[in-house]
Design a protein around this ligand. Structure first.
Ligand SMILES: *Cc1c(COP(=O)(O)O)cnc(C)c1O
Length: 430
């Protein structure tokens, strides 16, 4: 598959080049040249397919021929070595748990898939690649874990100092080996801006091969479309009118869901659920796209002022506002509402959600008000103990720590503090 730049001022690219470069030379995001729907039988007979088989069939067209089929089979099997259960709350609402991976964040799948693709492309160790990634919380841990020990790849993670949870910080600052954490005096948008500047800095990119492991990278973004198919497999016999409510920050996950829909997955509608960082909610109301600096919230992985994947969503719907509006709704919720939702989910269903999942749950409730015959699945994007302070304060009950979390708690943090882009550059060149 070839990819074109959404800025339309760069040559088309192979999958391999798109993964290694991250962003096109004209700063545009890469988008696949074509999307061929899967045969109808694929969805009819989905019960007969394993998760790895579903994933293999769904992603094949986007990575071939550069990743041969036998290699791709191994990559998806290794990537998907944990479960993706749907838990029913009531007849209208379920949750898809995406937190059973090694860092208990949904980003594990994209990070593991991308790391294996890059490892394959770099199998002869031709040239070292530096993965540069900005994180608002979970990306850093998932990327660090996914890339740990991958030969020929160095990982540099920028995170906003004091604005990620303790557990998230441990997950990205305690691994060592080929992973370095840079602690930025600023907010997530500052980290993301520095990463973008680095990619455009010829003095830097002429000396080293930089790539990104944010959802701008096609190998991080596309595998997320698996989730929607896994949920469909578990629900299609019980419910029609399946709707996904996706807690959204950079809008990579919800955009991947839309790719699954383009492949033929029967999805009735998407709900992009937001905290107060709500540029898309406002856009769908006013048709005016006005990014704002990010605001800190308790669902911090969604504290994104200018979501990078929104341009891909517009491309999927051919830049037609009405088509977009028919397929996607967006709602925005305060921290207070999110906490109330956490408590309600706990009291009514004896289920412990995390703040991001709680925003997704609120999105379901808002959508169901006008569409009572839908079945809405909200994505649980992180395990609740990753946001222990908030969760325990609200439900007033101590939470047992899963083994993935326990294993990092005692480890010592190592980070390098930086404030400016020049410091980042000096570090990368050193
Ligand atoms: C990254 C993240 C999100 C937002 O996902 P996007 O693809 O950036 O929209 C939501 N919840 C959690 C826990 C995350 O880590």
């Amino acid at each position: 598959m070839n990819y074109y730049s959404l800025n339309h001022k760069a040559p088309n690219s192979t999958f391999k080049n798109a993964v290694i470069k991250g962003l096109a030379p004209d700063k545009g995001l890469y988008f696949p040249e074509s999307i061929t729907p899967l045969p109808e039988d694929f969805f009819k007979n989905i019960d007969d397919l394993s998760y790895s088989q579903i994933a293999f069939e769904a992603i094949k067209q986007f990575v071939s021929p550069e990743i041969p089929e036998d290699i791709l089979k191994t990559i998806v099997e290794e990537t998907l070595s944990f479960d993706f259960p749907v838990v029913k709350l009531n007849d209208n609402i379920s949750t898809l748990e995406l937190f059973h991976g090694p860092t208990m964040a949904f980003k594990d799948v994209g990070a593991r898939f991308m790391a294996r693709c890059l490892g394959y492309f770099n199998r002869n160790n031709d040239k070292e690649v530096t993965v540069l990634v900005a994180t608002s919380g979970d990306t850093g841990g998932a990327v660090a874990n996914g890339f740990l020990g991958v030969k020929g790849v160095n990982v540099v993670i920028l995170y906003p100092s004091g604005k990620v949870s303790d557990i998230q910080e441990k997950q990205l600052t305690t691994l060592g080996q080929n992973i370095t954490a840079l602690e930025v005096d600023g907010v997530f948008d500052d980290c993301q801006a520095m990463v973008k500047t680095a990619f455009l800095d010829d003095a830097l990119t002429s000396k080293m091969q930089l790539t990104s492991a944010n959802s701008i990278n096609v190998a991080r973004w596309l595998p997320q479309l698996f989730y929607f198919m896994f949920a469909y497999k578990q629900l299609h016999k019980k419910y029609d009118n399946i709707v996904f409510s996706v807690p959204s920050g950079n809008f990579g996950n919800v955009c991947a869901g839309m790719m699954a829909q383009q492949l033929g997955l029967p999805v009735k509608h998407f709900v992009a659920s937001n905290n107060l960082n709500n540029v898309v909610t406002r856009y769908l109301q006013s048709q005016l796209y006005e990014p704002k600096p990010s605001i800190q919230t308790i669902s911090n992985a969604m504290d994104v002022g200018a979501p990078s994947n929104f341009i891909r969503i517009q491309e999927i719907y051919k830049n037609k506002f009405e088509t977009l509006k028919d397929n996607v709704s967006s709602y925005s919720f305060t921290d207070e509402a999110t906490k109330e939702a956490l408590l309600e989910i706990y009291n009514d269903y004896n289920y412990v959600a995390d703040p991001h999942g709680a925003v997704g749950y609120l999105g379901c409730k808002a959508y169901l008000q006008d569409n009572p015959d839908a079945h809405c699945v909200f994505l649980e994007t992180a395990h609740p103990t990753k946001f222990l302070d908030v969760v325990e304060e609200v439900i007033k009950e101590e939470q047992p720590l899963p083994k993935q979390i326990q294993s990092v708690m005692g480890k010592e943090k190592t980070s390098i503090k930086i404030t400016t882009y020049e410091e980042l550059k000096a570090f990368l060149l050193s």
